[in-house]
Design a protein around this ligand. Sequence first.
Ligand code: AHG
Ligand code: MN
Ligand code: MN
Length: 345
Amino acid sequence: MAARALTLGQFIIQEERKHPEASGEFTSLLGDIALASKLINREVIRAGLVDILGYTGGENVHGDRVQKLDRFAHQVIHQVLGSTGQLAVLASEEDEDIVPVPDGQPVGKYVVNFDPLDGSSNINANVNIGTIFSILPRLTRRGPGTVEDCLQAGRRQVAAGYVMYGSSTMLVFTTGDGVHGFTFEPSLGEFLLSHPNIRIPERGRIYSVNEGNCVHWHEGVKRYVDWLKCDDPATGRPYSARYVGSLVADFHRNLLYGGVFLYPADKRNPNGKLRVLYEAAPLAFVAEQAGGLASDGTRRIMEIAPSSLHQRTPLIIGSPQDVRECIEFNLGKHVAVTSDRRHAP
Ligand code: AHG
Ligand code: MN
Ligand code: MN
């Protein structure tokens, strides 16, 4: 007989019962994020049908072309989260500055940093895209949230995760107690628990990197990727190359199958491409909670407290054995990657 279906709402209540001391405030934020993601999903799956695609002609703060769906996702999340009373402030990849709670709405205790639409270059091809979110407790005590509230190290996160819009839409998150995946059932309009307690394999057989950039790579990265292509059945090499170009999709596949994703620093981009607050930190929390690792090559991603909202970082993330090997190659020596107790798998 099939296992009983558990909705996201039921799961959240069940988790709250395990922690009677919790106020339940931030878990209700998760429900709000799920609602926002259903609204975004509705537009994503209709995107080819309605006149929502195409460039607005604008550029975001990173110089990327902004597509309408990015802006739509940003606005939906702002509207849904901004009126619940839980939120102190938002920071979004799509906005240069912090995004305050809308006028007249109550101000709460939590900060949400998010990438409204990840993988936007794939929108027009109907390839997987996603939303990434990070929830932190505010640092300031009262009044509107500030930029300092947003600029916290990833280890301060109380929850993080992503939604992947694809052949099935999934919500995957952690609240510091393992990683759980929910699949959206469109006819019910519900996220159902489909992947409880996800654990990433110790080692994978997949590497994910934009190899088109190899001419700009540093020697360590070149040597590592060359090494992955050598024949050695003991370590499963040669590995398979898989690269979607949507971080959410590449990360999600490697989380389930095992493997390593890297977006390294290179000679053109000394800080890599991906953003600490909206991409690296939330996925690092998920990775560690699933038994994986995330590093910038020398530091645990979770330890990085950025000094600006859109700060970038090199990222190596995935199966622990693979991440360790990649770091060794990068540096030419072994560097320990530690996990603090709270986030230790
Ligand atoms: P975004 O669409 O939010 O700007 O993110 C794009 C990111 C990430 O999703 C992906 O891993 C990476 O950019 C791909 O970059 P390249 O095209 O340089 O490989
Ligand atoms: Mn992104
Ligand atoms: Mn984005």
